[in-house]
Design a protein around this ligand. Structure first.
Ligand code: NAX
Length: 332
């Protein structure tokens, strides 16, 4: 008997990331080759954006994907999140010249408050939410706090792109394939303070610090390259990462819904339960182990003095962001 369709809602569906992501979802890359999907595609109520979305829907039609059961383009949040099992929140307002950080948090705060409330009102009872739109940790925090009916373990913010970037850097340095690198945790915020934890990473099962003897590189250029990779791509392409971001969103949803490999973990920002001394309630990226039954923060990962200082810096930044959105009245 064929499976009943999964409903996936995507905001910012006519944007760059949407243009890469939707075709992957519809082709079966997230939920498998026998899992039909229904797409609910959300854009802002603006003629240009809705027209662009119409074009994307036409292209989705033109792929004749066997698994794609329906497409609903909309600017109405209730319709967009109706019955959704996975909400992927990509759309957000980018920082423009002259805009203060506070302005950005305020504009996006309102968006994610409304989306959180609409998810709580309309989504399926098993809904899971992945926030991609930046600042993704804090946007996720706002949406989660606006939807107390949805359990806190259903909210995720994306740091998998950072994990993938870090794996690729280590693999290149070691002269191996990226698939040889495992146990790469990104700690903290999806920002320039994030900490790609090379101390616990493994290359072909061995500690990365044994395989790569250039520890100055690991402590210096490696971390900096991963932290600044988004900016480097903008400088090179004139546009921010899109295909790699969409790919990381696919990886995240797959890991969360299907499980991580034995002994490995993935990086995703989740609601802190106080593990590793991180303040409870922050949306913080940890090493996370998943299975079809759920997920857990991996316990007992060694954190040395070097790592502790980096983790504290990124936690402090997230606390500051939270204080700013509290001040704006966006969360309690
Ligand atoms: P684009 O500007 O190409 O597309 C964004 C789309 O979102 C636009 O079509 C816009 O109309 C729509 N939108 C804006 N507000 C909306 C709302 N309230 N409801 C529905 N749609 C809305 O940006 P794109 O390159 O696709 O990037 C999207 C977001 O991802 C940005 O915030 C970006 O910073 C963030 N990223 C996050 C990454 C991560 O690793 N977490 C990496 C890539 C990317 O930088």
């Amino acid at each position: 008997m064929s499976k009943s369709p999964i409903t996936v809602s995507v905001t910012g569906a006519a944007g760059q990331i949407g243009y890469s992501l939707l075709f992957r979802i519809a082709s079966g890359a997230l939920f498998g080759p026998d899992q039909p999907v229904k797409l609910r595609l959300i854009e802002i109520p603006d003629e240009k954006a809705m027209n662009a979305l119409k074009g994307v829907c036409m292209e989705l039609d033109d792929c004749a994907f066997p698994l794609l059961h329906s497409i609903t383009p909309t600017s109405d949040l209730n319709e967009g999140f109706s019955g959704t099992n996975w909400a992927i929140l990509v759309g957000s307002v980018p920082r423009k010249a002259g805009m203060e950080r506070k302005d950005l948090l305020s504009i996006n705060g309102k968006i994610f408050t409304g989306q959180g409330q609409a998810i709580a009102r309309n989504a399926a009872s098993d809904v899971r939410v992945l926030v991609v739109g930046n600042p993704c940790n804090t946007n996720c925090l706002i949406a989660m706090n606006s939807a107390p009916e949805v359990p806190s373990n259903r909210w995720f913010a994306m740091t998998r792109l950072d994990e993938n970037r870090a794996k690729s850097q280590l693999a290149t340095k070691a002269g191996v394939l990226a698939s040889s690198v495992s146990n790469l945790a990104i700690w903290g915020n999806h920002s320039a303070t994030q900490y790609p934890d090379f101390f616990n990473a493994r290359i072909d099962g061995k500690p990365a610090t044994e395989v790569i003897s250039d520890h100055d590189w690991l402590k210096g250029d490696f971390i900096k390259t991963v932290q600044q990779r988004g900016a480097a791509i903008i400088a090179a392409r004139g546009l921010s990462s899109a295909a790699s971001a969409a790919n990381a969103a696919c990886d995240t949803v797959r890991s969360v819904s299907q499980g991580t490999a034995n002994g490995d973990w993935t990086s995703v920002a989740v609601c802190s339960d106080g593990s590793y001394g991180i303040e409870k309630g922050l949306i913080f990226s940890f090493p996370v182990r998943t299975s079809a039954q759920g997920w857990e923060i991996v316990q007992g990962v060694p954190v040395n003095e070097f790592s502790q200082a980096k983790i504290k810096a990124t936690e402090d930044e997230l606390k500051e962001e939270r204080a700013a959105v509290r001040e704006l009245g966006l969360i309690k």
